[in-house]
Design a protein around this ligand. Structure first.
Ligand SMILES: Nc1ncnc2c1ncn2[C@@H]1O[C@H](COP(=O)(O)OP(=O)(O)OP(=O)(O)O)[C@@H](O)[C@H]1O
Length: 940
């Protein structure tokens, strides 16, 4: 005879068949029936006692009890009095000891333990068990790919960028100078590094400071490339929170602002009162520094650099404001190491000797005795006997790269070593000097005045009426037949007066871009220029248009005047000559004959060859010859003199370039490009970035979650919210969200979401399921003809997922690891997979569970202990792997510290602590039961 169940008013019971009713409370009972109220849905039900339709909820020690008011405790003690339980333990919010009487439990209770859910009859559709398993597996594969943060970026996999991003992104507290030449993708590298640091938990708070014309572009690039939503901070934003008295910088984690804004005293003060994990500064060559007069920009960033753990400085032209400033920027990265400019210069000379000596190795040439001695002078470990095989030579090169002075701090790729750039075609346009300018010409004027005659105050704004460059420009606009043209000149006034002329005298669609405009106005202008139809044909930019902006959709560049600084010239050309440019770039160079402009044109064209090619030695040549150049500009009529100078510049630039070619910088370049090493990283990204696999996984998952996926075309799908969506999914719009599983489509179609392991939609769906109770317990029938009717198995998912602070990077060695086991009636793990499963009616499921309850309890225990055994190997591997890899890295860094002072003590210290911490966490890890599915054989 079955024992009579006792119901007491106030007790909490769950319905065995209707999980959605939530937690019921007994309202009344008599000899035959019990009346239960389900407050979550406000429904009352009457059950016959012998029906056994209810399961009593009793919480055990360690479980979470939620009070109807929302606060929670971890149960430490459960006491029963008059048939009612009281649970006691520490409140999670106040840490005070508290009790919850059973009747005051939250109605929306979710029982989390799978076995408890099973016995309480909290059953889900059995397909959810498979969904949970595939989510765990996807999460595991992704975390083990070593490409977290790289996979989901909407970028082409360009090797030098991937190398830098991977190398820096995985470091603890990286502090580096990204100094690739113009347009090689430093912004993208920074985006990838930030993304990895954020996703891996190494960084949470990031501050990006850029010149104001680039704020919007950075905002868009961060969103478009790596789906990071930065908040733009400006006066308006600060003003808006002023009244609240709060520090605006503490309100956001990802902040983007202009450098001039952050320099403001009050703003800087507020930014310094909070901590930053990463500080990113673009166009860092603006941070001018001399020992006696550091610029205010430098001082502001220096203060911030003390607050930030990691720093990324970006500049294409590190020497633009002189070598001292370059030194000072390295000092921002590591003040202890770069304390004296003099010793930095001496050290550089030494490293350049090392790079010279290594040349034969890089060129795969035999080393002479003298060269071996030379190498030994810088690196005592060099053993000539061990240099016979390519592997030994490669190892030595790798060693020497590590020791190269700024190797770990600075990355600089040259365009010359990267293929795929368009041709640059220089069109010289010599023009007769208008008589109005000739009359004004005064050799005593300074160079700037002479080079820009249109700025003479006497001319007011009349110069476009006679300046022959204007008529030539109008003709060019006709000749290029509607193609876009970018014009850059030094001054805003020139750009504005040119624009006024075009407006009043022509019908050319034009726009301007200069420092007198607000950021919003500038972005509007850039957008108007970028718009293909009905957009501006020409954009007239002052010098602020020459930095950072992306104008590669345009292939005609007019340099209305020329800057004296060769780095600035390269920056100007770099707006068009950058990744993504599909055509040859036409550079038009109007200048006046027998005029300082003609001298400057010849200096660049014949002296430095800086129009058709990048000139990496431009600033060195300028520095060596600048007083001669200035003298020559003052006397353009002395043709013999300036032609001599041009020849000198040409010779010097050839010599300096030859120096570079001889290997002066080849170690740095090799270190910056990653050489052959990067292929393996790219392979891993491609491997983890399997569009077909991801599509299969997500299609099933979305379907289970109630999201409708429609095919738009071969590559693009539209996700729509279904009527019975289980969870809200961020990024899913009411009108539908376009998604793709293909990187190539995602990089081309900006509005389309890229669904990869990194994607927010994917991780959100997985997290939503794995943190919910759905699928934790279920029952199904199978049709196994070779097994007896009524045979049963208990499938379990055990998960090894110790928890620790993200900064320790546990996932790199032991990501949450699932294991599926199938326990049979003999309590053995059986290697069996069920092709088709069938649902079981709730009442029948409940009866089966009740009938098998003793066996099931034993099967759960056995399953967990078998999971523990199986995962032991994985745990030991993780432990060994972690120890070996950290020991290796520590040893390598310690060894290097003796030769290369750019290894910071704190990096080594972190690794030592990381190892100790992870050893403990991994050793103590035990698997927990994530879900169970009872499988009963019921052949048809
Ligand atoms: N991997 C990539 N995939 C797709 N587009 C890219 C990639 N790398 C760079 N680009 C595009 O090429 C252009 C140049 O890249 P980016 O702005 O990062 O270069 P940069 O080195 O910062 O330039 P600058 O020296 O002018 O500041 C941008 O339009 C960028 O979107």
């Amino acid at each position: 005879m079955s024992q009579q169940i006792e119901y007491v008013v106030g007790q909490r019971w769950l319905s065995n068949s209707e999980v959605d009713l939530g937690l019921g409370v007994v309202m009344a009972e008599d000899i035959r029936s019990v009346l239960v109220l389900f407050p979550a849905v406000n429904e009352e039900r009457n059950y016959a006692k012998k029906q056994n339709a209810l399961a009593r909820l009793i919480l055990s020690d360690g479980e979470t009890a939620t009070h109807v008011d929302g606060w929670t405790i971890t149960v430490e003690k459960a006491t029963e009095q008059d048939g009612l339980y009281t649970y006691s333990g520490k409140r999670h919010d106040t840490e005070e000891y508290a009790s919850i009487v059973e009747v005051a439990l939250d109605h929306h209770v979710k029982v989390h333990q799978p076995e408890k859910r099973l016995f309480l009859g909290q059953l889900d559709d059995p397909k959810w068990f498979d969904t949970r398993l595939s989510c765990w597996q996807q999460q595991y594969d992704f975390a083990s790919s070593d490409a977290v943060g790289l996979i989901g970026a909407r970028v082409e996999l360009i090797p030098h960028q991937i190398h830098i991003a991977h190398e820096v992104g995985k470091r603890y507290a990286p502090r580096v100078l990204l100094a690739d030449e113009v347009g090689l993708g430093k912004t993208i590298e920074a985006a990838l590094i930030i993304h990895q640091q954020l996703l891996s938990g190494r960084a949470k708070r990031v501050l990006i400071c850029v010149p104001s014309p680039l704020v919007h572009q950075w905002l868009v690039e961060m969103l478009r490339r790596v789906n990071l939503h930065f908040s733009v901070f400006d006066e308006e934003r600060i003003e808006a929170v002023k009244e609240s008295g709060e520090n605006p910088f503490s309100q956001e984690q990802l902040v983007l602002c202009s450098q001039s804004f952050i320099e403001e005293e009050e703003v800087l003060h507020q930014a310094l009162s909070v901590d930053w994990d990463m500080l990113v500064v673009d166009e860092a060559h603006h941070l001018k520094w001399t020992p006696d007069a550091p610029s205010s920009a430098y001082l502001a960033i220096e203060k911030l650099s003390h607050k930030a753990t990691s720093i990324l400085l970006l500049t294409a032209t590190p020497d633009q404001l002189g070598h001292e400033s370059h030194f000072a920027r390295l000092r921002l990265l590591d003040p202890a190491r770069f304390h004296s400019y003099q010793s930095f210069v001496e050290e550089e000379a030494k490293y350049s000797e090392l790079a010279q000596a290594v040349n034969p190795l890089l060129n795969d040439e035999p080393l002479s005795d003298e060269e071996i001695t030379q190498l030994q002078a810088v690196s005592a470990d060099v053993d000539p006997v061990n240099l016979d095989t390519p592997e030994e030579r490669q190892k030595l090169v790798a060693d020497l790269i590590d020791r190269h002075g700024t190797g770990r701090l600075m990355f600089r790729n040259r365009r010359a070593s990267i293929s795929g750039f368009p041709k640059r075609i220089a069109h010289s346009v010599p023009l007769k000097l208008p008589k109005e300018y000739a009359l004004l010409h005064d050799p005593a004027d300074d160079i700037a005045t002479q080079l820009h005659p249109e700025r003479s105050a006497i001319l007011d704004d009349k110069w476009p009426l006679f300046d022959s460059r204007i008529q030539w420009l109008i003709k060019l606009l006709e000749d290029v037949q509607g193609d876009k043209v970018l014009l850059i000149c030094a001054y805003a006034s020139t750009a504005m007066q040119l624009a006024e002329y075009l407006r009043s005298k022509t019908s050319v669609r034009h726009t301007v871009f200069h420092e007198g405009m607000s950021i919003v106005e500038r972005d509007k202008a850039a957008h108007f220029f970028a718009t293909s139809e009905q957009g501006a044909q020409i954009m007239l930019c002052s010098e602020i248009g020459s930095e950072g902006r992306n104008f590669q959709f345009c292939r005609h560049l007019v340099l209305f005047d020329l800057p004296l600084n060769p780095d600035l010239l390269e920056q100007r050309i770099g707006r068009l000559d950058r990744i993504g440019q599909m055509h040859d770039v036409n550079i038009y160079l109007p200048y006046f004959e027998n005029h300082p402009q003609a001298v400057l044109f010849n200096w660049y064209h014949y002296g430095l060859n800086a129009f058709t090619h990048t000139c990496p030695v431009g600033s060195d040549v300028y520095e060596a010859l600048h007083s001669d150049l200035h003298a020559a500009l003052q006397s353009p009529e002395d043709m013999e003199n300036w032609q001599d100078l041009v020849e000198q510049a040409n010779n010097l630039s050839k010599t300096l370039k030859a120096d570079i070619e001889r290997g002066r910088d080849r170690l740095l370049e090799l270190n910056s490009s990653g050489g052959d090493k990067v292929e393996a990283v790219i392979d891993r990204i491609i491997g983890a970035d399997n569009a077909v696999k991801m599509m299969k996984f997500m299609s099933r998952l979305l379907d289970s979650l109630g999201v409708i996926q429609e095919e738009k075309d071969d590559q693009v799908f539209i996700l729509r919210q279904g009527e019975s969506m289980m969870f809200p999914i961020p990024g899913l719009h009411e009108e539908g969200t376009e998604v793709t599983y293909k990187r190539s489509v995602a990089t081309q179609l900006e509005h389309v979401h890229y669904l990869s392991g990194d994607s927010e939609i994917v991780t959100h769906c997985i997290d939503a399921i794995l943190t919910d109770v759905v699928g934790k317990s279920s029952v199904c029938f199978v049709n196994q003809v070779d097994a007896p009717v009524g045979a049963f198995w208990l499938e379990i998912i055990g998960v090894l997922a110790p928890v620790t602070d993200a900064k320790w990077q546990l996932y790199r060695y032991l990501p949450a690891t699932p294991i599926r086991l199938c326990i049979n009636a003999k309590y053995e793990a059986e290697d069996i997979h069920f092709e088709s499963i069938f649902k079981v009616k709730p009442k029948m499921a409940q009866q089966l569970i009740t009938a098998l309850s003793e066996q099931l309890k034993t099967a759960v225990d056995k399953g967990l202990s078998l999971a523990n055994e199986s995962l032991l190997g994985i745990k030991n591997d993780a432990l060994n792997n972690m120890q070996a890899s950290i020991d290796n890295e520590v040893e390598r860094l310690k060894h290097l510290q003796a030769h290369n002072p750019s290894i910071r003590d704190e990096e080594v210290q972190f690794l030592v602590e990381q190892k100790q911490h992870l050893m403990q966490v991994i050793s103590e890890a035990t698997p927990y039961l994530d879900s169970v599915r009872l499988v009963i054989n019921n052949p048809k």
